[in-house]
Structure formats: C-alpha cells, structure tokens
Design a protein around this ligand. Structure first.
Ligand code: ADP
Length: 389
C-alpha cells in the first residue's frame, strides 16, 4: 500500500468532532491527507460530483439525512469511492449494518489516535481499489466465458455441416459400389466413415458443452427402465470392446423399478463412461451395473484399465482436462466427455463420482434420484461464475 497523498471528504455537522478528527490527523505528521469538510449531505454530494475525492468519512446523522439512507445516497452517486462511517459509542450495530451495505469500515468517534485513524483511511482506500480490480477481473472472466461458449457453438455447428456430407457420401459409396470399388478401396471408404463418425462424436461433445454453458440443454423426463438403458448402451459398445479384445458385462439388479429421468441423457452419460472404460483398458473387462440404493438409482461403470492418478481424480471432470494432455499422448479424445457427463448428471438431479487406482482400474458411479429429474435448463456459465466480491 503506497503512502501517497489522499483527499478526505469529511461530512460531519458537529464542530467538536471535526476539530477532534483534524487534530488526530495532524498527529500523523508529513501532511498525508487533505481534509475537505462539509456539514450537510447535499454539500458532500456536490463536492463528490467534482471528483478528486479518495475517501469519504461520513457521520450517520446529518441535518439533511439520517442513518443508512445517507450511505445509500452517497454510494449511488459515487459507487467506487470508499466510505468510512463515523459513529458514536452506542450505535456500533448501525455502523456494522453500514459495512454490510457497502461502507468499507467504521470509526467510533473519539476512540482512535491519529495513526490508527490514518491506517483505517489507507486500508479503506486500498480495499476499495482491490474490490474494483476484482470486479473488473470477474467481468473480464465472464465476458471470456461468454465468448468461448459462442465460439464453441459456432465452430461446432460449422464443422458439423460439411462432416455430415462427408459421412453421407462415404456411406452412399459403401452401399452402392456395385463392384466399382475393389477391396482395398472399400477398406479406405470404411476408414473414412469410421474416422468421420469419431470426429462427429467429438464435435457433438463440443456442441453439448456449449449448449450446457449457454443454459440451452433442457431435460425431458419420462419413465425409464434402467435395465433397458444399460442393454442399449452395451449393444452400442460391444463392437468397440470386441475390437480391443476385452470383456463387456452387464449386471442389472433383479426387480429394479422404472424411474423418472431423461433416457437420452442417461444413455449419453453411460455411453461416455463406457467408451472411456473400454478406451483405457487393455486387459480384463468392463462392467456396466444398475442397482437401487434407498431412494437413489445407481449406475456403475468399472474397468480393469490403466487407472487414474489420485491427483487427477477431480481435474478430469474439468473441461478439456486429460491425465495426459500432451501432443504425444497415447489415447485420443477431447477431454470433454466427463465434463459434459457430470453437468448432464447434475441436470438430472444427481452426480458422478470416481474411485480409481493407477494400474488397477477405475469405477465411475452415477447416482440419480428415484424421485426423478425436474424438467430444467442448465445454469448459464455466467451465473456459475458469479462470485461475490
Ligand atoms: P477424453 O476421454 O476425450 O480425453 P474425458 O473427459 O472423457 O475426455 O476424460 C478425461 C480424462 O480422464 C481422460 O483423458 C483420461 O485421462 C481420464 N479418464 C477418463 N475415464 C477413464 C478411465 N475409465 N480410465 C482411466 N482414465 C480415464
């Protein structure tokens, strides 16, 4: 905190208190403050309008104003000038209320020596400066988040359009070759199609993320049978597991009830967890499980794969985070699947947790309330980022 000169606007109608304050500040020496004194709120407001005031010392009773109203009026006029409230010994409660309403501090009249008073004034100025800086940084972060979401939404939309054409034409060629393609060419077509599908899945993740951030994902709950969703997901994952030569098993507890949730979102989450489990497993297998625990429907995806280091267990749920994010990494992916899945799980009224041991495997657990998801939209990033300063 610098010791530069500060202009103090003192709004006080009691001449005795004014003299005492001036005398206390004189004790400090070195002339660090210029005290500009007025005895009415209206005069204080006029002086504030002229700029150049670094801090206001304000009495809580004035001839033309009373209590917190004075503070509110001052803050409306000069929101970034720090205010220190002057109070008598018996109204500290009111002074505390003033601090809650935005005053930087309060001083009990007659109880401070000059040095303590000077320190209080300096701290008030410094705190206000930091508060303004924080507010600016928060606004910048919110704007950056908004721009990022907008960019993600636009870019994923732009990428999907040509990719859909590539996928459409490659399927057409695969179906209608009529002997015009030899085996090698068909193999190439198959690869174009597979890679296109993979790219589309990644772009869809990006699009989902941008929709979640913009609060545009809505939930459409209906009666869902957990066993049916698991069976569908396993069906989709079987070729992937066969390709990696690992076992894929489903365990669905007997007599599970249907519950109220969004089957499409649930399918998406389990597919994400399941394909990760297969991707990161070289030996052994993956199990998809559904069971009921009290009033919660529990879905579990466990694998005997590479596991996750303890220090990465929380960060893997952050956007774009991967345990190995280097350019030379062994596993492909965008680092969005878990982030999207967790946010969807929360929209469904539940959450995802992970337990893992490096080299032994991982278990992702999705818990959803049996009572069901409410048809809601996501909270926009702008609101999630809103931090009080
Ligand atoms: P992606 O799989 O596209 O990289 P995700 O958000 O789905 O992105 O996962 C983030 C990271 O979490 C992965 O890159 C990987 O490091 C780790 N991870 C996720 N699931 C598993 C798993 N079953 N076993 C080991 N690591 C995993």
């Amino acid at each position: 905190m610098g010791d530069s000169h500060a202009n103090v606007l003192l709004i006080e109608d009691n001449p005795g208190d004014v003299l005492l304050l001036r005398a206390s500040l004189d004790e400090v020496g070195g002339d660090p403050f210029t005290v500009i004194h007025v005895d009415h709120l209206a005069a204080g407001l006029r002086r504030l309008a002229e700029d150049g005031i670094d801090v206001v010392l304000q009495d809580l009773t004035l001839p033309d104003g009373n209590g917190l109203e004075i503070l509110r009026t001052l803050r409306r006029q000069a929101a970034t000038v720090p205010i220190v409230v002057l109070t008598g010994r018996d109204d500290e409660a009111l002074a505390l209320q003033a601090v809650q309403e935005g005053a930087q501090d309060y001083l009990v009249k007659g109880s401070m020596n000059g040095h303590a008073l000077a320190r209080c004034i300096r701290y008030a100025i410094e705190r206000e400066r930091l508060r303004t800086e924080l507010e600016e940084a928060r606004d910048q972060a919110l704007e950056a988040a908004r721009l990022k979401s907008e960019f993600l939404a636009n870019i994923s939309h732009e990428l999907r359009t040509p990719l859909t054409a590539i996928l459409g034409f490659s399927s057409l060629l695969r179906r209608n070759h009529h002997g015009t393609c030899d085996v090698r060419q068909l193999n190439h077509l198959e690869r174009i199609h597979q890679n296109g599908q993979h790219l589309l899945a990644m772009i869809n993740d990006l699009l989902d993320l941008s929709k979640i951030e913009a609060g545009k994902v809505s939930i459409s709950p209906e009666q869902v049978h957990p066993g049916a969703v698991i069976a569908q997901v396993v069906d989709t994952l079987l070729p992937l597991a066969a390709n990696q030569d690992i076992d894929l098993e489903e365990i669905v507890a007997d007599g599970l009830p249907t519950f109220h949730s969004d089957p499409i979102r649930l399918h998406q989450i389990l597919l994400n967890l399941g394909s990760n489990a297969i991707k990161f497993t070289h030996h052994g297998g993956v199990i998809l499980e559904a069971r009921q625990e009290g009033d919660t429907m529990v879905f579990q995806v466990s694998d005997t794969g590479i596991g996750i280091p303890a220090e990465a267990l929380e960060t893997i749920f952050d956007e774009f985070r991967q345990v190995d994010g280097s350019m030379t990494r062994e596993y492909s992916g965008t680092g969005l699947g878990l982030s999207v899945s967790r946010q969807l799980a929360r929209l469904l009224g539940g959450d995802i947790e992970v337990l893992s041991r490096e080299g032994e495997g991982s278990t992702f657990t999705l818990r959803l309330p049996l009572a069901g998801a409410k048809p809601t939209a996501a909270t926009p990033a702008a609101q999630r980022l809103q931090v009080p300063v």
